[in-house]
Design a protein around this ligand. Sequence first.
Ligand SMILES: Nc1ncnc2c1ncn2[C@@H]1O[C@H](COP(=O)(O)OP(=O)(O)OP(=O)(O)O)[C@@H](O)[C@H]1O
Ligand SMILES: [Mg+2]
Length: 433
Amino acid sequence: MSVWERLGFRENLYATPPLPGNEEGSRLLVGRDAEVEELQDHWASYDTHATVEGANGVGKTSLVAVAAYRDMVAREAARKPLIIPIGEIFQLTSEAEGFTSRVYLALARTLLDNQDRLEKAGYIMSDLSGLRQWLDSPTNKTKGASGSVLGFGGGGSYGAASSTSPGFTDNGLIELVNSNLRNMFPSRAAGGFVGILDNMELLSTSKEARRRLEEMRDGVLSIPGIRWVLCGANGIVRSAVGSPRLTGRIADPLRLEPLQRTAVPEVIRRRISEYGNQIGVTPNPPVEPEGFLHLYRVLNNNLRIALKHAGEFTKWYDRNSEGGGSEDRLKLLEVWLTDQADAYAADAGSLTDRTWRVFDELIIFGGSCSPSEFEHFGFSSREAMRPYIKTLEDANLVISAIDEDDSRRRTIEITPNGWLVQYMRSGYKKPTD
Ligand SMILES: Nc1ncnc2c1ncn2[C@@H]1O[C@H](COP(=O)(O)OP(=O)(O)OP(=O)(O)O)[C@@H](O)[C@H]1O
Ligand SMILES: [Mg+2]
């Protein structure tokens, strides 16, 4: 029996993956009405690909997935041209190999999975039975699920998936998907598919991000009827889409702010009612809505990291607690969190006063800065600040990336460990608004 079942839930109450674009994801998404509407308006009104910029763990991927799903449902009910979310989420890596093939495979899947819905809405598609048979053949199913491709990507070879189903060449699949999309979505007004190109900050530098996007400009970014939403953190999106070659193709970013603190307890309330509806079992959440808000504040408004710590507390609670009511649980959580903070501070080792001062000033600065902001920290050059940042990085309190191409990007930031250590340094003072 899982710890969740013991506690009266059918699922991990504090799971950290992004919310999926489906009914459950839609029920669990708290707030964000204005942002959902802004994205949906974008798909309806502009030909550019939308972009979302926001801190790590703030809720970018969940927002886009749910916005696309809700748009699909609303348009279907209103008998309007459809927006359909693409099931798979893509990340841009510097390695472009196989990327286009993976995208087309996902588009083919999305076409097949939504065939009924599309036909009911009056879209005309070519006969997809050969494609269905090929994608559903056992060998291909497993390959598709693991994210790699069979039969194409390797220079367009003919890939007979099995003796009973036809194969598709790289170009054959692309042509079939493109021609269907072109027919169904001749213009923006006819609807389209929405896909997510996620975590652009993984490309590290804006130059690299720009290079990848420029490469894709006439390929993946020009597939008929496909509306991409590019997501990224630390200013990479804004910086990358400034390229002249991308002007008019990619929109300026929607800036996603952290969920308002008053809305945060609701994140857990919804999960409790979603996963705790077992007949005859009283759910017993180790971290309740108020406790979660405490974690969220200490961890600098990072939802993903607050959920992760709630999960870790659960593990501890499951082994160490002897029951008790809500108040006891909140107290236990607070004690556990101070222990965590102490442990992380001990891990950081001993640092000089000057290094701590850089840390403290970075906290006051909001938790992130760019290397060009050295003067705020009392240094005369970037080079003078660099060793202190390096020391903080070695202590896991700060993370930094070097973007020589864009010195304004705030690529130096406090890590989640760092926020916990800050909690200890502040004397476990509850962060205030
Ligand atoms: N509005 C919301 N309501 C409820 N839960 C949310 C909301 N936004 C995000 N979450 C939850 O918070 C966590 C982080 O969300 P998500 O992965 O979408 O953030 P992100 O900004 O894409 O993060 P990353 O920087 O890791 O890519 C997920 O577990 C998700 O379920
Ligand atoms: Mg994300």
